[in-house]
Write a protein that binds this ligand. Structure first.
Ligand code: GDP
Ligand code: MG
Length: 402
């Protein structure tokens, strides 16, 4: 088992990472444009942030420790505390590419987890307080840890254990908060209309129609995740960071050996998973060798956490493409539906600006045929243009000219 690395700080690629990546394809004939980047200006890395929320004592910090192999104290209460860590997204495909290319470096896709304490369903009609709200609004999605485990030494803030109640309470809090923001915006729009001057009238009208729709949903307690919104409309409220619009992964935190309750959660961009938080944290804190022995002993193929990390990545609507060569094998993150130039832009903005074509081979084809040269000989190494929509698992080599 390959154990992905965990870093506490975001790691940004250095200059030579781009060089090696851009020139990474050994099957590229010498006649194609050489990839050479002289500086790292324009570098960016898509770092998705998942906020871990839930009632006090539900196991947020325990899950955070499990996910990130951190050792933050658990069982603390009261204060608003925030922990952040960047984690590799486990991906067997990256491992297999590394076996094939034997690169000097192997780099996984990354996701950031943020343990956000302080939400306990008691914000009331004024909504969540400023600093906390600011943190929450910045997240790309949420992991809601819900207590199912029984432990008389750990008091439940609501006294009894009732996962569905806790899920609904959290959702209501998020919805209420969005409602407050939407109402404020509607008031503001009404004022703007009355005054008549200033911004473009048609834009104000479009916003008005959209925010009325959002309002209608929210007063019926429908999270904004469930509202059908066009990409154009989405742009009109992208600055708001609406909480009930963010993808939601509900994690039922079980005791060892406990069976998961059946939870019906019929929402868009949402999923319910169950795991044994404390056990997962204990496994995460073993050395890789010990963890391997432990998993074998219990007949577990891989820690539930790995699945959970991938799930959260999927839920965010992301996928990976790869670059592979002798210097480096690397997973890159893009939104599903990204075109080849957009994918190239993840590697470096110059690759997007100067994009000519992408050499593409599907992961399965490459594995089946055993190498880039073989893939090429069988016609599986395709040349794709600007319109090409990148598929999950594509191995790309970008031809560009700048
Ligand atoms: N028995 C049991 N206890 C747990 C589990 N997860 C967390 N706890 C305990 O519950 C308490 C609160 O956990 P913590 O992660 O600090 O919760 P947080 O307040 O949501 O961050 C700690 O004493 C944990 O040891 C679990 O899966 N089973
Ligand atoms: Mg905590």
């Amino acid at each position: 088992m390959k154990v992905p690395k965990v870093g506490i700080e975001p790691t940004f690629p250095r200059e030579h990472d781009f060089e090696s990546c851009a020139s990474a394809n050994s099957a590229t004939p010498a006649t194609t444009i050489r990839f050479y980047l002289t500086n790292s200006q324009g570098s960016r890395e898509l770092l998705m942030r998942l906020g871990i929320i839930g009632l006090p004592q539900s196991g947020k910090t325990t899950l955070f420790n499990a996910l990130t192999r951190a050792t933050q104290p658990t069982g603390t209460t009261g204060k608003i505390e925030i922990h952040t860590a960047v984690v590799d997204v486990p991906d067997k495909r990256v491992d297999r590419l590394a076996e094939m290319f034997k690169p000097k470096k192997t780099i996984y896709a990354k996701v950031t987890y943020v343990d956000i304490a302080g939400l306990d369903g008691s914000a009331g009609k004024n909504g969540i307080s400023g600093a906390l709200l600011n943190q929450l609004a910045q997240m790309d999605g949420f992991i809601h840890v819900v207590r199912v485990f029984e432990d008389e030494n750990v008091p439940h803030v609501r006294e009894t254990i009732d996962p569905l109640r806790d899920i609904q309470a959290m959702d209501s809090e998020l919805v209420l908060n969005d409602l407050i923001a939407v109402e404020r915006k509607l008031e503001h729009l009404a004022e703007e209309k009355k005054k008549g001057a200033g911004r473009d009238k048609t834009l104000i009208e479009r916003e008005h129609v959209l925010f009325e729709r959002l309002h209608e949903a929210l007063i019926m307690e429908i999270p904004l995740r469930d509202v059908e919104i066009s990409t154009e409309e989405e742009k009109l409220f992208s600055g708001f960071g609406f909480l009930s619009r963010k993808p939601m992964l509900i994690v039922l935190n079980l005791s060892e050996g406990q069976t998961a309750p059946d939870i019906d959660y019929p929402h868009q961009r949402s999923k319910v998973v169950a795991l044994q938080g404390k056990l997962e944290m204990d496994i995460a804190q073993l050395s890789p060798e010990e963890a391997q022995l432990f998993l074998e002993e219990y007949g577990i193929e891989e820690p539930s956490l790995n699945r959970m990390i991938r799930l959260s990545y999927d839920l965010l609507g992301l996928m990976s493409f790869f670059t592979a060569g002798q210097d480096e094998c690397r997973a890159w993150t893009v939104r599903r539906g990204a075109t080849a130039p957009e994918a190239a832009g993840e590697i470096h903005t110059d690759l997007q600006k100067g994009f000519i074509r992408a050499e593409v081979v599907a992961y399965d084809d490459l594995m089946e045929l055993g190498g880039m040269n073989e893939a090429k000989a069988k016609g599986k190494l395709r040349l794709e243009g600007k319109e090409y929509v990148v598929q999950d698992g594509d191995i790309l080599n970008i031809r560009f000219n700048i």
